[in-house]
Design a protein around this ligand. Structure first.
Ligand code: UD1
Length: 287
């Protein structure tokens, strides 16, 4: 949308700061723009850190979301999208996992996500609002924008596989540790549903369009490709497509890991008319 592209207004602040959030909404109104839709990405997302520093996770993720919801001009904001995670399902479900599967997170990060989903549900049901809400439950987003100007480059040692792999491939870290080769999978390594970040981005746009143009609703949607790849599959694909070596060793299983986590993504396909288009090769090349 040309009009939007000409004027993207950026405010930097902290979601825990109610005053700041209020200012953003007020300034927008004063400039003649009603905020119709909100996409909430302002969460902390490291499992390991959430175990070490749970209070920061509860404060930032849950309190921050409450701040945001309190300030949304209740009747007027039409759509709210929350970046949730497949981590809300816990470890007991059998893949492919549908949105109706049991939710039972096993770490504070996952607990905060599920708590937020519950808060959103009661907010949605309240009489104060006629908002539409979608919880997008991400599987394993990887890759980068294909301009290569926006991508994942965490400070310090990454926790997640893909940024770690990228740092090994570029020589910043010597070798990748694969957490276990004794899982009951084809090659003994864990299987995940990797999704290109740009397909994930498309999912948000489709979800926003859907919420803005339909009756008030609350929907949970899995955002994954529905295809599983093992850690070794990912390494081999990365090596082939980028013509680099990724040295690895096998080490012990990581606590809290699941053997296989793959989405049933039928609901997102049907409701949003959204189809992930990028292959595992695209993810590895762009990353
Ligand atoms: C992790 C989180 C999940 C969160 C997601 C955010 C855990 C247990 N789960 O998902 O809650 O929503 O990140 O992006 O942390 N692996 C290695 N070596 C590594 C790193 C990972 O072998 O150095 C393996 C893991 O065992 C796993 C796979 O790679 O099988 C993917 O791991 P990761 O990228 O951390 O994602 P998840 O564990 O699926």
């Amino acid at each position: 949308n040309k009009e939007v592209m000409e004027e993207i207004i950026f405010h930097q602040g902290d979601i825990r700061d109610e005053k700041f959030l209020k200012k953003v909404f007020l300034k927008s109104l004063n400039n003649g723009y009603q905020i119709d839709g909100v996409i909430h990405f302002a969460g902390l997302k490291s499992v390991e850190e959430s175990i070490k520093k749970p209070l920061i996770y509860w404060e930032n993720n849950v309190l921050g979301t409450l701040n945001l919801l309190k300030i949304l001009n209740l009747k007027k904001c039409k759509a709210f999208i929350f970046s949730s995670s497949a981590t809300v399902y816990g470890t007991k479900n059998k893949s492919p996992i549908s949105e109706d599967s049991n939710t039972k997170p096993i770490n504070p990060y996952g607990e905060t996500n599920l708590t937020i989903e519950k808060i959103l549900e009661s907010f949605y049901k309240s009489e104060e609002t006629s908002i539409s809400i979608s919880n997008l439950r991400y599987f394993n987003p990887i890759g980068a924008h294909n301009s290569f100007r926006i991508g994942e480059n965490p400070r310090g040692i990454p926790n997640n596989l893909f940024p770690y792999l990228c740092k090994v491939a570029s020589g910043q870290i010597n070798e990748l540790k694969i957490f276990g080769n004794d899982w009951s999978t084809r090659d003994g390594t864990c299987i995940r549903d990797y999704i290109h970040v740009m397909d994930l981005a498309d999912g948000h746009i489709k979800a926003l369009d859907h919420l803005m143009t339909n009756d008030s609703q609350l929907i949970n949607l899995n955002i994954g490709t529905g295809q599983g790849y093992s850690v070794l599959d990912l390494i081999k694909t990365f090596e082939n497509i980028n013509n680099v070596k990724v040295p690895f060793i096998f080490s012990d299983r990581r606590k809290g890991d699941v053997c296989k986590l793959v989405a049933n993504n039928q609901r997102a396909k049907k409701i949003l008319n959204w189809y992930p288009k990028r292959s595992i090769e695209d993810m590895c090349r762009d990353g």
